[in-house]
Design a protein around this ligand. Structure first.
Ligand code: BG6
Length: 291
């Protein structure tokens, strides 16, 4: 590991982060939440959206980048108290390793284990490993291991905020014909049509039983961002649009025009039940092409 490729330091709010610089890309990864906030291939605009109004404070989720969602997606089940999208994104992770991998880039592995606080909210002993490879492509892998004596059920997501020139002009392909839960319409089950998905209003939909890659076509920045995935049966598409953004203190008023979340997930019907002693891996690979 050379000093100039990965540097650990205190960032805003005193939060620890790794600043990574390779010949192919630059990135920033916070230990709180194992939260990647920046991945920018050289000569490219940022690929991840990060709100300029995001909080950087202990225990507060960062708005943008790739929050890691675990062990539940959205509100905790049965109206029980607990943070939205689980506690992994606001927990302090530890560094397991950081190394150069030649042309592939720099790999960082962070870990999180169950503790007394997590047991109050989630009944199960777990170990999480988040592996991120920073290069001309971005690879992220979340591994969940069940270290308790009984099976447990969880939901998860790599809640990826993709940056676009103007979301109203973008279109998303890869989800044609899939069934989805429309969270903006009373959780009704619907079927995606055969054309590319356009963002024309608040959009919050959990596409189920879909393993395919998803591409965001951006005619403003003349590029296409593709998210390929493995170990993930759900893809969540989210854009808060105008009204919802007004109620979000950590989002710029027009921030919604510059982002769309394409989340590699296992949520709702696709929650994972993990046997004791077993592990489950979910991974996403993101690349950008100019057109
Ligand atoms: C999406 C959810 O994944 O995340 C939305 O489907 C939610 O319902 C959004 O509003 C943002 O969540 P949060 O907790 O980061 O504001």
């Amino acid at each position: 590991m050379t000093q100039d490729e990965i540097r650990f330091e205190a960032g805003p709010g005193g939060l620890q982060r790794a600043v990574i610089s390779t010949t192919a890309a630059e990135a920033e990864l916070y230990l709180q939440g194992a939260h990647l906030v920046r991945w920018t291939p050289r000569e490219e605009r940022p690929v991840l959206f990060l709100s300029s109004k995001s909080l950087f404070a202990e225990g507060k989720a960062i708005r943008g980048g790739v929050p890691i969602i675990f062990p539940w997606f959205g509100a905790r089940a049965e109206g029980l108290p607990g943070p939205a999208h689980g506690f992994a994104r606001t927990s302090e992770w530890t560094v397991e390793s950081a190394r150069e991998c030649g042309d592939a880039g720099v790999e960082v592995v962070l870990g999180l284990q169950s503790d007394e606080a997590s047991r109050e909210l989630f009944d199960g002993d777990f170990r999480l490993r988040f592996r991120v490879m920073i290069g001309g492509e971005l690879e992220m892998e979340l591994e969940v291991s069940n270290e308790s004596g009984v099976p447990f059920r969880f939901e998860e997501a790599l809640h990826t905020y993709l940056a676009v020139g103007d979301v109203r002009q973008a279109s998303l392909t890869g989800l044609e014909g899939t069934e989805f839960v429309d969270k903006t319409d009373d959780f009704k089950r619907k079927k995606q049509g055969g054309e590319g998905l356009r963002i024309v209003k608040e959009t919050d939909q959990v596409h189920l039983n879909t393993r395919g890659a998803c591409s965001v076509w951006d005619p403003v920045w003349n590029r296409r961002i593709t998210v390929e995935k493995t170990g993930s049966d759900s893809t969540v598409i989210w854009n808060p649009w105008i009204e919802k953004s007004r109620g979000m203190a950590d989002m710029e008023l027009d921030g919604w025009t510059r982002m769309v979340c394409v989340e590699t997930a296992n949520a709702a019907d696709n929650a994972v039940v993990l046997a004791p002693g077993s592990s489950h891996k979910m991974a996403a690979r993101i690349h950008v092409e100019r057109h």
